[in-house]
Design a protein around this ligand. Structure first.
Ligand SMILES: Nc1nc2c(c(=O)[nH]1)N[C@H]1C(S)=C(S)[C@@H](COP(=O)(O)O)O[C@H]1N2
Ligand SMILES: [Mo]
Length: 489
């Protein structure tokens, strides 16, 4: 039993050193080539939509740490097994580390932005782990003393901790990029929010939901960033950030939401965005009439397909550079992201964008479309009750029922509340800056003692009421009414 544990520990410690050194090496060169990150990225891309949905729903923004921890755990189990089996048959140390190294290298090479360098950290990790394990197992053999093994194991573990600390340090120092851009004043500023909007209309950037597949937030140097507009155009354009920012900027309040949001869910927010309108850039590039899709590509290889029509029909489709008065935060797309009012994020809001390719929907399926999501991604009319909270216990008498409703590009004309499935009562709508934002609504309920259900429904600017039919987020956005239960007492 003792030797079993010892051999397992030797495997885990050796793997730990290999991974830590690889992380240090990757941090200094290409962070996305670190073995666990590469494997995690490959898993995310290969994960069936249903599982992704589950992870986003159940884990929210913890989905990434949970994934990395799970990969770490599986790796530790493998490493322990290699330690145990490898002591008897040393060839298994070689075979095991070759398999793990190859898995990491293959994952790294499968990433959309892979280069010939990508497999190097994984191969390095395997070489270090294999030779260190070999050495540790030798120190455990007679005639050597148990002490020799302990000393060796401590040495390796110490080196692993040091390498990992180094990796963290390098990530924090070289990984930081200048995000304190000087932002030009907008040629077309946003109007002040209309009197009567309640607190919470604008979502603070720190509270804005985050949904993406990036295990490491891309750190982009604004001085070397460029945007290439190419494909079905007359003249290809390539712009630096400085050149982009020389164009007239617009500033708008726009609500962005995720297609993965469940009825009543949190993946929606409203911010004041500053950006360069896309339409003039497309005209300048000499967009060809056959092009019906803009494929936005990000530095880490995401592709998001947006209908050309949504850039040319007069809405405020933009290349955004700022959110709520400050440059985009790295996790929200610094330095530049797309933003298309009226489309879910997966269809119009590519973060860390570096390329716009004009093409057709017939010729190319973007990342989410390949995985079965709807091509056009127009947001569905929806509404949410934020107050009272589900299962709250308000006192009998007047109770404020309040929330938000949204149908970007169509606007909201009516919100109604029903208690216990009874008659629909119109809620009061607070003023909005445009049809591209959510609407805050409130209704005063004369609550009577006992358990009650509260439902909400919205009607959009086309006169269409929100459907009662339940639909899952996949493939084109959740539908159904948000209903909560409270106990008045
Ligand atoms: N590069 C990149 N851009 C992306 C994504 C992504 O995974 N990678 N996810 C999209 C999705 S699904 C949504 S809902 C929005 C979310 O933007 P936010 O994280 O700034 O709220 O970004 C979009 N842009
Ligand atoms: Mo999304």
């Amino acid at each position: 039993m003792r030797t079993l544990l010892r051999d397992a520990a030797a495997g885990v410690i050796a793997a730990g050193l290999g991974i830590a050194v690889a992380e240090l090496f990757a941090a200094a060169t290409r962070p996305d080539a670190a073995p666990l990150i590469a494997v995690g990225g490959a898993i995310i891309d290969a994960t069936p939509t249903a599982v992704k949905e589950f992870a986003v729903r159940e884990l929210g923004t913890h989905d990434k740490p949970v994934l990395l921890a799970s990969i770490g755990l599986v790796l530790a189990l493998f490493a322990a097994a290699i330690g145990v089996l490898g002591r008897r048959r040393r060839v298994l140390v070689v075979a095991g580390t070759v398999v793990l190294g190859a898995a990491g290298a293959t994952a790294a090479l499968s990433r959309p932005t892979a280069s010939a360098f990508s497999p190097v950290p994984s191969l390095l990790a395997a070489a270090i782990a294999g030779s260190v394990l070999w050495w540790l197992l030798r120190t455990a053999e007679p005639p050597r003393h148990r002490r020799a093994f302990l000393r060796g194991a401590l040495l390796v573990a110490g080196a692993a901790v040091l390498a990992e600390a180094g990796a963290q340090l390098v990530t924090r120092t070289t990984g930081r990029v200048r995000t304190d851009l000087a932002l030009p004043a907008p040629a077309s500023p946003a109007k002040a929010l209309p009197a009567g909007t309640a607190p919470g209309f604008t979502t603070a950037s720190a509270d804005f939901y985050r949904v993406d597949t990036a295990l490491t937030v891309p750190r982009i140097d604004p001085d070397t960033w460029t945007l290439r507009i190419h494909g079905m155009v007359g003249t290809e354009l390539e712009l630096s950030l400085e050149e982009l920012l020389r164009r007239p900027l617009i500033e708008r309040d726009i609500t962005l939401n995720c297609v993965s949001n469940e009825v009543g869910g949190p993946y929606i927010g409203t911010a004041r965005w500053l950006g360069v309108p896309l339409a003039p850039l497309l005209t300048e590039a000499g967009l060809r009439p056959e092009a019906d899709q803009i494929v936005a590509r990000s530095v880490e290889g995401m592709t998001i397909g947006t209908p050309v029509a949504t850039a040319l029909d007069g809405r405020d489709t933009m290349l955004a550079v700022a959110m709520n008065g400050e440059p985009l935060r790295p996790e929200h797309g610094f330095p530049v992201r797309m933003l298309t009012p009226g489309l879910y994020g997966y269809a119009g809001a590519c973060k860390w964008v570096t390329e716009l390719e004009l093409t057709t929907f017939a010729a190319f399926d973007a990342y989410w479309v390949k995985r079965g999501w709807a091509r056009t991604g127009m947001v569905r009319t929806a509404s949410r009750i934020d107050q009272p909270r589900p299962f709250a216990r308000p006192a009998a008498g007047p109770v404020t029922v309040a929330g938000v409703a949204w149908a970007q590009r169509r606007g909201i004309t009516k919100v109604e509340v029903s208690v216990d499935g009874g008659a629909w009562k119109p809620a009061e709508l607070r003023p909005v800056p445009s049809i591209d934002t959510w609407v805050q609504w409130r209704w005063t309920w004369n609550a009577t003692a006992g358990p009650h259900s509260l439902s909400v429904r919205a009607t959009d600017g086309t006169g269409q009421a929100q459907t009662e039919a339940r639909a899952t987020p996949f493939p084109s956005g959740a539908t159904g009414r948000h209903t909560i239960t409270v106990t008045v007492g």
